[in-house]
Design a protein around this ligand. Structure first.
Ligand code: BEZ
Length: 252
């Protein structure tokens, strides 16, 4: 943090012909406000198109914060509460944020046609270089939750030189063993997809407490117009491979 406070970057922008310094400042302010509202882009990748939303202004030589959300959510439902939290404001002011939506999870996403082959988590990780190339960003600090944490960890293992830091929340780096697989199949016989996803996002204690937060997320997931797409992301998550790393293990 001390370092962040010390660095003050001032950029001198040339004036357009006939533009007063005041008009230039106003134009810059308007552009900044626009950037702070989030700009959504899509890029084509070998595994289909991916959508991401960029907030803030890129700072030279600073990594971008790149987030990846969990199953059943999109970047807003997963990260808005965190990034709007008061204590995050200092970070927000100092870093550009790139929030990736897994394919078919972006707001208003059409439902994929029947038989569509949804990318594996490894392939979702392989889409990230296309996002960074499009934005011309060379390094990131990854922030991922659940499936998103796995994807960012896989990306970091494949591209360690481009990752300056990782915040991985609720990561499960292991593939499902046969016991997990059987338990998952049995649960699937009696529970709906939204209930299984809620069981992944929250503890049993939290779910039975049925707080306003749980009701909110149950409502979001149960009534999601792209529930079929969510199920595809859920299946990819459940078919993940071992990441082959352990905290404090040989592979760091
Ligand atoms: C952000 O400022 O990074 C942000 C804004 C809205 C939703 C999520 C993140």
């Amino acid at each position: 943090m001390a370092e962040l406070q010390e660095v003050q970057i001032t950029e001198e922008k040339p004036l357009l012909p006939g533009q007063t310094p005041e008009a230039a400042k106003e134009a810059e302010l308007a552009a900044r406000i626009l950037l702070d509202q989030g700009q959504t882009h899509s890029v084509e990748t070998p595994y289909g198109s991916v959508t991401f939303t960029v907030y803030g202004t890129p700072k030279p030589k600073r990594p971008a914060i790149l987030t990846y959300h969990d199953v059943g959510l999109n970047y807003k439902s997963c990260f808005q509460p965190l990034f709007q939290f008061e204590d995050m404001q200092e970070i927000i002011q100092n870093f550009v944020r790139v929030h990736v939506d897994a394919p078919g999870m972006e707001e208003g996403a059409p439902v994929f046609p029947l038989g569509y082959q949804y990318p594996s988590l490894d392939q979702l990780a392989d889409m990230i270089p296309c996002v960074l190339q499009y934005l011309n960003f060379s390094t990131i600090i990854g922030v991922g939750v659940g499936a998103g944490a796995y994807i960012l960890a896989r990306y970091a293992l494949n591209h360690p030189d481009t990752v300056e830091g990782l915040v991985l929340i609720n990561i499960d780096p292991n593939a499902k063993g046969w016991m997990d697989w059987a338990a998952h199949k049995l649960t699937g016989l009696t529970s709906s997809i939204p209930e299984m996803i809620l069981g992944h996002l929250f503890s049993q204690e939290e779910l039975s407490g049925n707080s306003e937060l749980i009701q909110k997320y149950r409502n979001i997931i149960t009534h999601a117009p792209n529930l079929d797409n969510i199920e595809l992301y859920w299946n990819s998550y459940n078919n993940r491979r071992d990441l082959n790393f352990e905290r404090g293990g040989d592979i760091t």
